[in-house]
Write a new protein. Sequence first.
Length: 326
Amino acid sequence: MKPAIVVLLIFIGHLSFSQIPGTLSYQGILMQSDGITPLVDGAHTIVFNFDNVSTVDDPALFSRTVSVTTTKGLFTCIIGGGTGANAPFDATEISQLGNQQIFIGIKVDGAANELSPRAQLTSVAYAFQAQSIIDGAVSNAKIASGVDASKLIGTMGGSTSINTTGTVTATSFSGFGTVPIGAILDWWRPNSSFSVPAGFKICDGSVISDAASPYNGTTSPNLLDKFVRGVTNVANIGTAGGSTSTSSDSHRHIWSYYNGSDWVSYDSSGGVINMTNYGDGLDMAGSGYYPMYSMTSATFFYTTSDSHSHTLTPPFVGLLKIMRIK
């Protein structure tokens, strides 16, 4: 006698697909066609056809075949709880379950046709929707401030804050507080085992070769062993100048010193020459200002006239200059 489904109870919807394979618990009663007599106790095979239309025998979106054992017609099974024809629902199937109205067609023990009518998937099973949210379905207002960012994948906006101790990965960030593309930073690199941060390049004067960068094909500024000087004219951005030392014109230095009472120098023969006269009759330091002796500078002792350099580098700590390129 042809069996019929007279009672269908769908009571458990889904288990987290990210941790446990997607399954659906299903309970029902198989009855004889009279609707009163349970199907003979024992093993039976049920094909569950999942579809988005209610028409009996319409081609299914996907199916699962499950072996059940009935007691007085009652059976309970886990659809997707096995392998092969009863393998767990995959991501595509879960999306189909969660994004549209689903009907289940049932075939028992190899029957050619489904039982009529198809059963409508109840709302409990729509917990699958939590695994596959329709694009744009969650607004900023529905995201609580301080949400754990490790639970989010996608785009957030507005004034929503993110608190996380993990890593936030994105193709780009916008707004204040971010490092703009083109910004140059000082970077401490103890040794070469430290990789240059992603999206940055050492300012070494080489050509930038990164298709994802707006600076692709341009030459980075060469800041190796160089300071940075601010400019007022944008036309001067990137210009270089200065030197590691400053060379002066040809000149001489007068040798002189204070001997405790007078400033003295030396003549060309090495003799001491007084350079000041305190004019107080005691040849001692007094108050006020006093004139130099009447003597030409030619009588002072000079160094040999030549050109030479003075190093002007102040104390420093070496850091790498890196530039954000994307």
